[in-house]
Design a protein around this ligand. Sequence first.
Ligand code: ATP
Ligand code: MG
Ligand code: FE
Length: 336
Amino acid sequence: VYILAIESSCDETAAAVVKNGREILSNVISSQIDLHTLYGGVVPEIASRKHIEKINQVIESALLESGLTLENMDAIGVTYGPGLVGALLVGVAEAKAMAYAADKPLVGVHHIEGHVSANFIEHPDLEPPFMCLIVSGGHTHLVIVRDYGEFEILGRTRDDAAGEAFDKVARAVGLGYPGGPKIDKAAKEGNPQAIKFPRARVDGNVYDFSFSGLKSAVLNHINHANMMGEEMNIPDLLASFQNAVVDVLVSHTVEAAKEYGFKKVAIAGGVASNSALRKGMKDACEKNGIAFYYPSPIYCTDNAAMIGTAAYYEFINGARAGLDLNAVPNLKLGER
Ligand code: ATP
Ligand code: MG
Ligand code: FE
């Protein structure tokens, strides 16, 4: 089974050809990051316009690199939510037009299901059920992956997503967008124990997250140092912030895995490429006899290969979208 997959939910225009769900024949990504960096974040109108400019060329390259043609495809998979409505619509309209013109089945894919599915690409042995921590620019969810496309949410953030916290702290110290990779790099030179930042505590669900308190603590620290005219050690500050985030992510995930008796833990989303999170989770899993899975960085951030993988499992389970498929900007995990 060959799937042509299309992704345009945020600021990367991407297309991929995926064979039998787990073999990536091509994975083309045109990132708009440089463009949005100028504005300190993603500008929706610019994102849509760039997607329109790039999408045909990206799809053409993906097909060319795969050595196959549209005729060879068994289905077309496309992200239809969540994301920026104008950005999503470019991919959805393109996929519908191609499905109609080439008379191919169309499969609508949930972007976050795509992020989780990124784990299947390089781990042929990984199959549900397993525990997965989803940490991206807009989501922080701890879920049980019951089956392909079937999620049980154990915890979620009450405020900022993990990636959002990285991006906001980066902006506060003038590192620019996107902040995650820049903090990851700068923190390597810092002492993660230098500053004791609060570990988020929430009432109610023990597996929920909260990052706004930590973000405020970091901002207060910066303001205080500026007011007092104190020299700040930025790598120490960032390493300590990152450590506080990683600590909470790892402890929630491993505690949940133990409570629910899972011996397999995966991570997904852009923040899953964070080196401290990968190391922290690896160590904690090892200590508890849990197998730990994570995608290569290129499959952590937005890409179409992961969408093709998710589309494959939806497709073989009989999912088909009509030509009335629409973008759903606030699509929730577990909804169709
Ligand atoms: P969503 O998937 O929730 O719709 P998104 O698609 O914008 O949001 P992703 O592409 O999954 O998010 O991830 C982007 C986020 O990942 C950004 O917030 C970015 O700062 C963060 N990120 C990327 N690399 C790293 C890293 N090495 N360390 C920490 N954060 C990172
Ligand atoms: Mg992005
Ligand atoms: Fe994403």
